[in-house]
Design a protein around this ligand. Structure first.
Ligand code: GTP
Length: 447
């Protein structure tokens, strides 16, 4: 549920009286940084912040797994560890010793490609998964991205669709209707400025006339697409940077580790070599989870023991990746809470250390956002931007919420590129973000 609707001028007064005022202030009335609890996390169990500076880089030795698609069977990670540690938000066991911590959920992948223009193509027949990955007895038939996207976003789109249908069936477009529509859009987390823009677009030339729900949805989709178009940017790997360093940040449980796995798979399918750095040294299980992904996608994983200095690990990983001529290095980081200054300082330290090795790195800093946190995503963007200089967003779990509209609010407010969206736990459920598909899915329109 969205929060209390912020104060805003009545629709008619905005439409006729104050249209010249373009300042998109209302978003600031939406609850902001620090006003919500962060999803998950156990502040009292967080490790003490690391010392500052990049001088303590010679701690424990790192280990590198040598995963490759040809890894011998006996050397593979046991199946029971595959994807371990997948419910970090509630009941998180920072020591990684809780026998109750859920085992990995494995989903058979079907391997779509990275390019947005291929997103809607039919998914190729599933390849046999590595032996370490148990097959479900009845693999689901491959579904195209559009189908997964619309199914995943059903909760968001049906709540919007229901409002639109309820409001516009055999009813004239009057002030009250528009007011209610605006409320529904704000409730769906699209943000007040976007909600106002959409209602104004709908009312233009149609005031006091009948308008069908379908027409409203089409205008809604058009306006959402306009807002999203500038941020829908593919993640482009610059082959001249070797390794191309991607730092993954986000609060715990947002889906960073899983996203790293899914991205690695896409890079590998493009023929790129990938190395993973298990920079979430906070939890042993997170390190294991990354190793499993490394095995699955054929990417070596550089790790140290739990509690080791993450910045030192990142430095080692850079050296290793450089020495090996690796194309892409993905650095995982611990789940961080924005109100934990020490943890943010650790993130800043990782960035500093990476820059020491290569001033142009990290070449991309991707903030993974869990769509289910709704408006709290706004404050996460602000804080991670400060700590790490976010260059792009990945939004996960759009399938688990009616608050998918938050992506529109983020686009309107920050203009940070959105590279990928996730609508499920499977490898194939993460795809490059395209404005039109998302806009039509959210409006409940056919592709
Ligand atoms: N439904 C759904 N679940 C997802 C999606 N993306 C990730 N998840 C799940 O979210 C959970 C948390 O993912 P992780 O990758 O462990 O999150 P994390 O950010 O690395 O968490 P920490 O290791 O605690 O920092 C896992 O169960 C994932 O399978 C998505 O798009 N949809």
């Amino acid at each position: 549920m969205a929060e209390t609707k912020p104060d805003k001028p009545g629709f008619l007064s905005r439409l006729f009286g104050r249209k010249a005022d373009p300042a998109p202030q209302p978003d600031q009335a939406v609850p902001q940084a620090g006003s919500h609890p962060v999803a998950g996390g156990h502040p009292e169990t967080m490790p003490s912040p690391p010392t500052t500076g990049a001088d303590d880089l010679t701690a424990a030795p790192s280990t590198v797994t040598t995963a490759s698609p040809d890894t011998a069977e006996e050397n593979k990670t046991p199946a029971q560890l595959a994807g371990a540690d997948l419910q970090p938000v509630e009941g998180l066991d920072p020591e990684g010793t809780n026998p109750q911590e859920p085992l990995p959920r494995i989903v058979t992948e079907t391997g779509p490609e990275l390019r947005p223009d291929m997103a809607a193509e039919a998914v190729p027949a599933p390849e046999p998964p590595p032996a370490a990955v148990p097959l479900s007895p009845q693999p689901e038939p491959a579904r195209g991205w559009w189908q997964r996207l619309t199914e995943g976003m059903r909760r968001t789109s049906s709540s919007l669709s229901d409002s639109v249908t309820g409001l516009f069936t055999k009813r004239r477009l009057d002030d009250a209707t528009l007011e209610e529509l605006e409320d529904a859009l704000v409730q769906a987390d699209l943000g007040v400025p976007t909600a106002m823009r959409i209602t104004e677009a709908i009312s233009a030339g149609r005031y006091n006339k009948e308008i069908s729900p379908q027409e409203v949805k089409a205008i809604l989709a058009g306006e959402v697409e306009k807002t999203l178009q500038p941020v829908a940017q593919p993640l482009t790997i610059d082959r001249a940077k070797k390794p191309y360093v991607i730092l993954m940040v986000g609060v715990n449980g947002a889906g960073k580790t899983t996203t790293i796995g899914k991205l690695s798979q896409k890079f590998r399918q493009q023929g790129l070599t990938v190395m993973l750095a298990a920079g979430d040294t906070f939890r042993a299980a997170a390190i294991e989870q990354l190793k499993v992904w490394g095995e699955r996608v054929g990417a070596p994983v550089l790790s140290r023991e739990q509690g080791a200095d993450a910045a030192g690990l990142a430095y080692d990983a850079l050296q290793e990746a450089k020495a090996n001529g690796t194309d892409v290095l993905l650095i995982d980081t611990a789940g961080r809470l924005q109100n934990k200054a020490g943890l943010m300082a650790e993130l800043e330290k990782i960035v500093r250390v990476v820059k020491k090795f290569d001033p142009s790195a990290p070449h991309a800093t991707l903030l993974v956002l869990d769509a289910t946190v709704g408006q709290n995503a706004m404050s996460q963007v602000e804080l991670f931007q400060k700590a790490a200089g976010v260059t792009g967003l990945v939004m996960t779990k759009l399938d688990g919420t009616a608050r998918g509209g938050i992506l529109v609010a983020l686009a309107a407010k920050f203009g940070v590129p959105v590279h990928f969206i996730g609508v499920g736990e499977g490898v194939e459920d993460l795809e490059p973000f395209t404005a039109r598909d998302f806009a039509r899915a959210i409006a409940g329109l056919e592709g």
